[in-house]
Design a protein around this ligand. Structure first.
Ligand SMILES: [Ca+2]
Ligand SMILES: [Ca+2]
Ligand SMILES: [Ca+2]
Length: 190
């Protein structure tokens, strides 16, 4: 029909011979109605489908920490302590921060080190972030509230792997006291 519009001489001939049922305009409208109908059917189809829900996986973390603490002494040799702690936990909801480990070491009559680890799923694949803070208290006893050093960190733990992280906290206020923690974190989908 498009071509015929450009060739008016042939239009009447075409109309008589073929006796078209619809004019160009009505055919276009009919097509439009059909297309609209198809779109409606398609939408109905989509609406009937169950919404796609991506379930969060259950990820088991196995964590072990090797902590070393050194108490600097002026008139005698430094006192030292080494302690280990292990734990496991399961994360099952994205973005929800969960407590993983509280690790406290008291030593030397005047020092207390506190390590705290929390973690959360960062995606539907099971990758995890572990946030940590390690604090060194030093004062007149191991129960002192004198916070002399603190470090915070985040460890990205790709699922199905073992990730290591090393952190050191110094007595930033006085003396040469310090603590280190070697952290190992394994993640696996269960
Ligand atoms: Ca000391
Ligand atoms: Ca001491
Ligand atoms: Ca102090």
């Amino acid at each position: 029909m498009k071509n015929l519009k450009n060739r008016p001489g042939n239009l009447s001939e075409f109309t008589i011979k073929r006796k078209p049922k619809f004019t160009a305009q009505s055919i276009e409208n009919k097509d439009l109605d059909l297309i609209l109908q198809q779109i409606k059917e398609c939408c109905k189809c989509t609406c009937k489908e169950e919404p796609v829900v991506v379930k969060d996986p259950n990820v088991k973390l196995t964590i072990s920490v090797d902590m070393y603490v050194e108490d600097d002494e002026t008139f005698s040799s430094n006192e030292t302590a080494r302690r280990q702690k292990s734990t496991s936990a399961i994360l099952s909801q994205r973005g929800v921060n969960q407590s993983l480990m509280e690790f406290e070491v008291r030593m030397g009559g005047e020092i207390r080190v506190e390590l705290s680890l929390t973690g959360y799923l960062i995606d539907q694949y099971g990758n995890v972030n572990v946030d940590g803070v390690i604090k060194l208290y030093e004062g007149t006893s191991e129960s002192t509230g004198d916070l002399d050093g603190s470090r915070t960190f985040t460890v990205f733990c790709p699922v199905g792997n073992t990730t290591g992280y090393f952190v050191r906290v110094n007595n930033d206020d006085e003396g040469g006291d310090y603590s280190t923690a070697q952290i190992s974190i394994s993640t696996v989908i269960v």
